[in-house]
Design a protein around this ligand. Structure first.
Ligand code: SAM
Length: 280
């Protein structure tokens, strides 16, 4: 039987963050107490997170020109661009058509339109970087293919959130289970060489997003709905019924913006694994 051709989509959320909010990066960022809890604060925190990872990469590779990095789930490519400007031999990968377009405008380096779990590398990399993208890749395939993509004793750098064994409720639904992830890493020949819990520095993003939604998005919806109810009552009720699932989903997503619940159920980690280190 012929293999089904993989389909790729256009990420509308990225377009919204990028074109409407002016956010180039797609991760939580790394906050300090001094950062203003605002959109500008998000940008500062995101830049700090990027610097944090770039410093970690620089420590692994004193000579960037000899170090190849595969930026898995590269988003709009800002991190790749920073690495490129620092002379790393970087390549991007994402299953998203809009990201491909933005990435290719940004830097003249290879972009792989692919899901990592089905990606076939044509070379071996020194570092496979997963900045908030590991959560989208099935765990077993993540380690199998990272092993396939890496040089002997290469590094897998993962920065992402994970769920605890006791996690429950809506926040338990996204992110890999931390204990299983670590077990699978070990079974797949990946040795954990660095592990940092950065939950406290990442979750102010949730408070800021919740505040933003309550201050701007919800009041705008209220005003808009009021106007529609007055002008087109029937049409308004019909559209509410038609979009009821989407409306419910949006409300449920608001419940996810709870930093205390996040910290009870999840851990945001920076983890560095090296392949084939132990006993090799
Ligand atoms: C939260 S964004 C992080 C983007 C970027 N790394 C950053 O730190 O700003 C998640 C990224 O993972 C990508 N992604 C989703 N599923 C993927 C998969 N199966 N394989 C590789 N990347 C994937 C998305 O398209 C997006 O680029």
């Amino acid at each position: 039987m012929a293999k089904k051709k993989e389909q790729f989509k256009n990420d509308r959320a990225l377009r919204f963050y990028y074109e409407v909010l002016g956010l180039e990066r797609l991760h939580y960022g790394l906050w300090t107490d001094e950062d203003e809890r605002s959109l500008e604060g998000v940008k500062t925190a995101q830049k700090r997170y990027e610097d944090f990872l770039v410093e970690k990469i620089k420590k692994l590779a004193p000579s960037p020109v000899d170090c190849s990095v595969l930026d898995v789930g590269c988003g709009s490519g800002v991190m790749s661009q920073t690495l490129y400007e620092k002379s790393f031999e970087v390549e991007g990968l994402s299953p998203d058509l809009y990201q491909k377009e933005v990435f290719e405008k940004r830097i003249p380096v290879p972009f792989h339109l692919a899901r990592f779990q089905t990606f076939t590398p044509s070379k071996k990399y020194d570092i496979v970087l997963m900045s908030e993208s590991a959560q989208y890749i099935p765990m077993k395939r993540l380690f199998e293919n990272a092993a396939n993509c890496l040089q002997k004793q290469g590094y897998l750098m993962v920065c992402d959130y994970f769920t605890f064994d006791h996690a429950s409720g809506p926040l338990a639904k996204s992110g890999h289970r931390l204990s299983t992830f670590l077990e699978l890493a070990k079974e797949s020949g990946f040795n954990l060489v660095e592990d940092q819990d950065i939950t406290g520095e990442t979750i102010p993003t949730l408070d800021t997003a919740r505040d933003f939604a309550h201050r701007y998005i919800l009041p705008s919806i209220d005003i808009f709905s009021e106007k529609l109810t007055q002008k087109y009552p029937l049409l308004f009720r019909a559209s509410q019924w038609l979009f009821r699932k989407k409306i419910r989903k949006a409300w449920n997503n608001l419940a996810l913006l709870d930093s205390e619940e996040f910290a009870k159920n999840k851990s945001y980690r920076y983890m560095l694994f090296q392949i084939g280190q132990e006993g090799s």
